[in-house]
Design a protein around this ligand. Structure first.
Ligand code: UD1
Ligand code: PEP
Length: 434
C-alpha cells in the first residue's frame, strides 16, 4: 500500500493538461471485441483500471500493439473463449468495474459471455440488473451462480426488440448497445444513459459501421448489422479530472489554466462550479481559474440554501460530488450536498471534520456544509483514501491544509488519476509518494 505525504498551504500556478477520460476508455476498449479488424484508440489514460483492462484483453487473445502509453492498436481476431472460465480471468475481471462491458460484445459476436462479480469503488450497492435484463430482452439466457458469484449469458440467436431500462445505467447502456449493434433487427433502448462516455462509444461504433440513431438522447434506435470493421477513435478529456482541477484551484486559491478541455462536452459542470462562487474564464477551449481570495456559494433565487445534487446526464455527475463537498468547506456560505445515486460515498466527511471542516452528515446521502470562508485553514491529518473520488477530495483538502498530511491507500487515486503527484508538483505542489 503506497501513500502520499503532502505539504499543504502552497500556491499553485501553471497549466494542467487533462488526461483521457477513464470511463470512456473502459467502454471503447471493450468495444474492440466487436470486430476482427484493427481498432486504434488514442488519448488513452495511463491509469491502473485502464491498464488492467488492456492486460485482460491481451489474456483473452486480443493482439495489442501499444505504440505509446496513450495510443494502442487492438485486433480481436483470435479470441480464446476458454480463458473466460479460468481462475486468472476471474481474478483480473473482478479487479475493476469497467471490465463488465466485455459481456455485450462477447455475447453479440460469440453467443456467450461470462463474468465474476466486478470490482470498482465500494460506494454502496452497485447492481447489474439493467445489464442482464437488457441481454435477456435481446433473447439471451441468463444464469447466476450465487456460490461463486458468477454470471453467464448465452444465446443461439439474438433478436432486436424494444426495451425500457429500469434505470439509466451508464455501463448497462454501453453493454446493451454493444450487444445490439450486431443483433439482427431493430433494438430500441428507452431511458438509455447519455453521458459523454456513452455518446463517444456510439460515435465510435458508427465509425465501425454500426447504425445508431438518437446519440446524445435517452432514446437509442439501433439497426443490427452483420459485422463491424476497424476504426480510429480519440478519447475525450476526462471531465471528472477537469472538475477536480477546478475544485483544487479554488480550494488552494491558486491560478491554474486547464488546457484543451472540450468545454462543449462538459455539460452542466462549469455552471455548477460557478454556483459555488468560483470564478472561471473560458478562453478558446481552456478553462482559466484566477487566484481568488474568497468564493461565495450562491443561494437559490428565493434565498433558500443551495443544493448540489447528482443526476443522470445531462444532470451533474455523481463522480464530482466529493470534490464539490471539499470545495464547500472553505467557501463563504452553506450548501447541501445530496449524493442521490450512491449510499456510501459521503462517509469520508469524517476525515474532513477531523481537519476542522464544518459538516453535518445528515444521512448517508446528504451532507450539510457551512463554509469556513478561509478564516480558519484545515488542519493536516493522517488519513486513508476510501475510494477514487473521495481520495482526490482528500488530496485537495490536504493541499489546502496547514502542515504535512499523509494519505494512505493511494492506489485508489491512481486507479483514475494519471501520475497526479508529478503533474501537480510541476505547478508548485509538494506531494511525495512514500
Ligand atoms: C466504469 C464507469 O463508467 N463507472 C461509472 C458508471 O458506473 P455504473 O455504470 O456502474 O453506474 P450506473 O449508471 O449503473 O448506476 C450508478 C448508481 O446510480 C443509481 N442510478 C442510476 C441511474 C438512475 O437513473 N438512477 C439511479 O439511482 C444506480 O442504482 C447506481 O447505484 O456510472 C456511474 C454513474 O454515473 C459513475 O459513478 C461511475 O463512475
Ligand atoms: C465510481 C467510479 O469508478 P468505478 O465505476 O470504476 O468504480 C468513478 O470513476 O468515480
Amino acid at each position: 500500500m503506497s501513500s502520499f505525504e503532502i505539504e499543504g498551504g502552497r500556491f499553485l500556478k501553471g497549466e494542467l493538461e487533462p488526461q483521457g477520460a477513464k470511463n470512456e476508455a473502459l467502454q471503447v476498449i471493450c468495444a474492440v471485441l466487436l470486430t476482427n479488424e484493427s481498432v486504434t484508440i488514442s488519448n488513452i489514460p495511463d491509469i491502473i483500471d485502464v491498464n488492467s483492462l488492456i492486460d485482460l484483453l491481451g489474456c483473452l487473445g486480443v493482439d495489442i500493439d501499444r505504440h505509446t502509453r496513450h495510443e494502442c492498436t487492438f485486433k480481436a481476431e483470435n479470441i480464446d473463449l476458454t480463458y473466460l472460465q479460468s481462475a486468472d480471468f476471474k481474478k483480473r475481471a473482478s479487479s475493476l468495474r469497467g471490465s463488465i462491458m466485455i459481456m455485450g460484445p462477447l455475447l453479440a459476436r460469440f453467443g456467450k459471455a461470462y463474468f465474476p462479480k466486478p470490482g470498482g469503488d465500494k460506494i454502496g450497492r452497485r447492481r447489474l440488473d439493467t445489464h442482464f435484463i437488457g441481454f435477456e430482452k435481446l433473447g439471451a439466457k441468463f444464469v447466476f451462480n450465487p456460490d461463486e458469484i458468477f454470471y453467464t449469458v448465452e444465446a443461439q440467436h439474438l433478436k432486436g426488440t424494444y426495451m425500457l431500462l429500469d434505470e439509466a445505467s451508464v455501463t448497462g447502456t454501453a453493454n446493451i448497445v454493444m450487444a445490439a449493434v450486431l443483433t439482427p433487427g431493430t433494438t430500441t433502448i428507452y431511458n438509455a444513459a447519455c453521458e459523454p462516455y456513452v455518446q463517444q462509444l456510439c460515435r465510435m461504433l458508427v465509425s465501425m459501421g454500426a447504425k445508431i440513431n438518437g446519440i446524445g438522447s435517452n432514446l437509442l434506435t439501433i439497426e443490427g448489422v452483420s459485422e463491424l470493421g476497424g476504426c480510429r477513435h480519440t478519447i475525450l478529456p476526462d471531465m471528472i479530472e477537469i472538475g477536480s482541477f477546478i475544485g483544487l484551484a479554488a480550494m488552494t486559491g491558486s491560478e491554474i489554466t486547464i488546457k484543451n478541455c472540450r468545454v462543449d462536452q462538459l455539460g452542466i459542470i462549469p455552471f455548477a462550479f460557478s454556483r459555488m462562487g468560483i470564478q472561471m474564464d473560458i478562453i478558446n477551449d481552456d478553462i482559466h481559474i484566477p487566484a481568488q481570495d474568497h468564493y461565495e456559494i450562491d443561494s437559490f433565487i428565493d434565498g433558500s440554501v443551495m443544493t448540489i445534487a447528482d443526476a443522470p446526464w445531462p444532470g451533474l455527475t455523481p463522480d464530482l460530488l466529493s470534490v464539490f463537498l471539499v470545495v464547500a468547506t472553505q467557501a463563504k456560505g452553506s450548501v447541501l450536498i445530496h449524493q442521490k445515486m450512491f449510499e456510501s460515498r459521503l462517509f469520508f466527511v469524517d476525515k474532513l471534520i477531523d481537519m476542522g471542516a464544518r459538516i453535518i452528515l445528515c444521512d448517508p446521502h446528504r451532507a450539510s456544509v457551512n463554509g469556513l470562508n478561509r478564516e480558519t485553514p484545515l488542519r493536516a491529518q493522517i488519513m486513508s483514501s476510501p475510494d477514487i473520488r473521495a481520495g482526490v477530495a482528500l488530496l485537495i483538502a490536504a493541499m489546502s491544509a496547514q502542515g504535512k498530511s499523509v494519505i494512505h491507500n493511494i492506489e485508489q487515486i491512481d486507479r483514475g488519476y494519471q501520475n497526479i503527484d508529478a503533474r501537480l508538483n510541476k505547478i508548485g505542489a509538494n506531494i511525495r509518494r512514500i
